[in-house]
Design a protein. Sequence first.
Length: 305
Amino acid sequence: MLSGNKILITGAAGSVASPITEYLARDNEVWALARFGNPADRMRLEALGVRSCSADLGSGDLAGVPDDFHYVLHFAFARVPQGPGQFDQAFRTNGEGTGFLLQHCRKAKAALVVSSAAVYSPHDDPYHAHDEDGLLGRAWATWSPSSPVSKIAEEAVARYCARAFDLPTTIVRLNTVYGRAGHLPSLQIRAMQAGQDVPVPFDPNPHSPIHVDDLCTQIEALLGSAGVPPLVTNWAGDEVVTAQQWCASAAQLLGIEAKLAVHEVPGAPRGNVADITRRRSITGPCTVSFDEGLRRLVQTINTAG
């Protein structure tokens, strides 16, 4: 486990980075960089001993951010809604912002840049396991059409910065995350509890979900494998599970009905399965099985009411 380091985490208030921030703050000096649109997020992190700072990455103004970090974890990402100027805004924040950040923190030992499995082009086989050398850039994300292509821009900028600043970097393509509120399975479980239909883009809709606990414990190995040029790896769980399967399992645990509604989305990936060979060679196997992780998640949601 990392300890005694000064670490910058961007997007620290988000549903993915927040538990990692909490985990690393136990034994490190952690700084959280985020927009902090909700003041309660800042207060929650500061109560854990995390130091917070706000900045607009796309502006390049990082004057209030220290530059002597040992490690940088870049989770921040703008999901720009469809509309005029969306691609320009997405490239400015997700692409150029990554460049400004890594330039500012170029003295770090290593950087972890979080990309997305959304960069992979759709495949006719929903169970096709995308490897890191697979086709990129042809996917359509209904929640933010500019996201897949701006994630590719982010990766390209990170690759340049690693070489230009001799900054060891790992680029991870994050798959479906679960274990906390705000993640896709949690949102779907809440919808089922409310008696609502759960929309899914295809049937089946397989994923390679990874639990937040495994994200936390794999950080050290991923940073330790950073290189120039960057290491690129999928960040996904060891098991393939469909949205249909986890909704049915959660509904059974809760004693409720799982009602799923398929709304096919032309151009969207039929599945989100990752080849995890490279990641396993770096981190070893995941420690949380999906069944156990889902059981714990359902218990937490049920207790929270």
